[in-house]
Design a protein around this ligand. Sequence first.
Ligand SMILES: [Zn+2]
Length: 296
Amino acid sequence: MAEGYVCLACSTADSADLYYAKDHLVSGKEFTIRKCQACGMGWTVDPPSESEAGAYYVSEDYISHTDRRQSASDYLYHLARSFMLGRKKRLVTQATGRNTGVIVDIGSGTGYFPAYMQKRGWHATGVEISEAARKYYADRFGLKAISPANVKDLPTASADCITLWHVLEHLYSPDEWFAEISRVLKGDGRCIVALPNFSSTDARWFGNRWAALDVPRHLWHFTPESLRLFAELNGFVCERIVSLPLDLFYISILSYRNQGKPLALINGLITGAFLAVRSGFRKEKSSSLVYVLVKR
Ligand SMILES: [Zn+2]
C-alpha cells in the first residue's frame, strides 16, 4: 500500500493524496485515500497491518444478523440475498458455459453462496478467514470452508470458476492471491471479480462521503481501467464486464446514513435515480461492476 506509493495496477510511482475518508462502521478514524495519476487506481494509505485488521470487522454482529427475521429491514435483507444468489449463479453459468463443475469462492463469509451452488450440483469450496464464519457455515449447512492458509492445498488446475464477490478490495497482497488463483484455475476456467467502481458517477458525486470507500477495510479502490491493468499484470485478460445496477441505490442510502442525514432511505433512492440518469446508464460509470477474467 504505502510501499513507495507504487501503483498496484500499473506500477507507476506518480500518485497524489485525494482526500480523507472516515471509518463509519467501527473506529471513527480517518484514512487518506491516494490516487494513481496514471491509471486512476485508488488505495487506502497506512491501513492497519494484516494482523490488526480483524479488529476493524464486526463479524459477530454480522453473523447474528444473517438469520434474524424480525424487522422489515431483515425481510428486505433476505429478499435481496435470495435475489443476489440467483444472479450470481447465472453470472457463473454465463461466464463458464457450464451448469455444474468445481467452484472456489474466496471470502465466502457465512457461506450462503457456496452452499447455494453445492445444492445445485456444483462442487463448491469456500475460503474464509474468519473462524466464526467458517463455524457458522459448518453448523448451518454441514459444509466445510477452508482458511486462506490452506488454499495452497487445493489441487492445481482443478477449478472451473473462482469467485471474489466484493472481496479483492479487502485483500492484503492481491498479487499473491492472483498467483494462487491462476494456479488453481483450469486453463479454460473463469475468475469472477465483483468490485465497487472508484470512477463511478456516485463515487464522484459523494467524494470522500462515498460509502463504498469503507476504509480501512477496503484497501484498494479499483476503476474499470485499473482492474484491467491489474488483471493483465497478473496473467489474466478481462473478457467481459457486467454492471450491478441495484448497488447504486444501496450505496447512496448508506452514504447518507453514514453522515447521519435524516430520511436517508428516501434521499438515497432519489439521489440514486438522479445519478443513474446522470451516468447516462453507461456501464463504466456504474456503482459496482462484475469482471469476468480468463487466463492469458
Ligand atoms: Zn496506476
